[in-house]
Design a protein around this ligand. Structure first.
Ligand SMILES: *Cc1c(COP(=O)(O)O)cnc(C)c1O
Length: 388
């Protein structure tokens, strides 16, 4: 009988492994969230967060998952019936779009095949055609976690600029922040939406919005109902290290430690590590003779890889075998990809040997499940990991 003694491998594309240092920070006693010690922590945190988003502007922290930060982005900037343009890159873009509909927005969708990112040319055409300037916001998921495709967000900004269109640009970076290069200010983003449980290496429970000056101006006249999600009382209280309601105190302890780890490694090094792990994972998949779902090499995700299973093989069965035999969790196919792909997460604080172990586990699981493959796939990944 196989042994499952040893660490569980949590290789889903979020939540990710929480480093021991972060867990220990979270375990400290909860303190008075209106006392001086906590206020000093909040002011330090808000500073240390800015370079991670690439902004000099405010970053609002919500005690919520990423979905809450989606809602905050919409209700703070838009009014009932406003037209919003979505790029359908996959399951997460579809969920955000459904939320926009349920909030009473007029949603226009640029369809996609779930193998490509948001298409700057298609966005440009849609904006050019909008002579009445009815579109108030363009919403894009930077890294589509259901497909492993990273959209070229600067290209979307260029499309807005080329069309001379005043719409806001709202970007979901829930599974790319602190793992893939991203620059809120330099790329001209109005609202960035993030969460704690992926590249930030924390447990779930914090949602973030980085907010441009233009988005803050829009918030003055936006009429969608909001109270808890209203940015303005948070930004005002934050000036003194406070929050309008009780923040997730212990997660904020963890956030300070996670930011310390990120800044100690250096953000460029963090991005390079993820890119290298993405390349090694794709080398394994190709070496096995299987397909990566992402169809455009400019859009490969550095944080996860979706592997297409050959016809007649059920990805969920393979995942179940791998969990049962090797104690490793992989991501399921979501929405229309259910059963057809498995997703290997390679984000958060993982080292080369963790990735090598992950890919070995995937290879053995595919073999046990009877998926035909070339076992030299693992060697191809190791060659890449061994390279200086
Ligand atoms: C995980 C994820 C979300 C959802 O975040 P929750 O924390 O589950 O609410 C949204 N968008 C993307 C791209 C994600 O990966």
């Amino acid at each position: 009988m196989a042994s499952r003694i040893g660490q569980h491998f949590l290789q889903i594309p979020g939540p990710t492994n929480v480093p021991d240092q972060v867990l220990r920070a979270i375990a400290a006693p909860t303190i008075d969230h209106r006392g001086p010690e906590f206020a000093a922590l909040v002011l330090r945190l808000l500073d240390a967060l800015k370079p991670v988003f690439g902004t000099d502007g405010p970053v609002v922290i919500h005690p919520a998952s990423g979905t809450g930060a989606w809602e905050a982005a919409l209700v703070n900037t838009l009014s009932p019936g406003d037209r919003v343009l979505f790029c359908e890159t996959g399951h997460f873009a579809a969920l955000w779009q459904q939320m926009a509909r349920s909030l009473g927005l007029d949603v226009v969708v640029l369809p996609g095949d779930w193998r490509h990112g948001a298409d700057p040319d298609a966005v440009r055409r849609e904006l050019d055609a909008d002579s009445g300037r009815l579109i108030k916001a363009v919403c894009v998921v930077h890294n589509e976690t259901s497909t492993g495709v990273t959209s070229r967000v600067p290209g979307i900004r260029q499309a807005l600029d080329a069309a001379g269109h005043p719409a806001l640009l709202l970007v979901d970076v829930v599974s790319s922040l602190a793992s893939i290069d991203y620059r809120h200010d330099a790329w001209g983003i109005d609202v960035t939406v993030a969460g704690s449980q992926k590249g930030l290496m924390l447990p779930p429970g914090l949602g973030f919005n980085a907010v441009s000056r233009k988005a803050l101006d829009a918030a003055r006249t936006a009429r969608l109902p909001k109270s808890f999600w209203d940015w303005r009382p948070v930004i005002e209280a934050n000036r003194h290290g406070l929050f309008p309601s009780t923040p997730a105190t212990n997660l904020l302890y963890g956030l300070e430690e996670a930011l310390r780890l990120l800044h100690a490694e250096g953000l460029p090094q963090v991005f390079a590590r993820h890119a290298r792990h993405g390349a090694a994972t794709r080398a394994a998949v190709r070496g096995w003779g299987l397909d990566v779902l992402c169809a455009d090499e400019r859009e490969y995700s550095a944080t996860l890889t979706a592997v297409v299973l050959p016809d007649g093989h059920d990805a969920d069965h393979v995942r179940a075998v791998i969990l049962e035999r090797f104690g490793m969790s992989l991501g399921a196919g979501l929405g229309r990809l259910a059963g057809r792909v498995l997703r290997i997460g390679h984000l958060g604080r993982i080292g080369d040997l963790t990735l090598a172990g992950t890919l070995a586990g995937v290879q053995m699981g595919l073999q046990l499940a009877g998926v035909p493959l070339d076992p030299r796939g693992l060697d191809a990944a190791l060659d890449l990991l061994r390279a200086p």
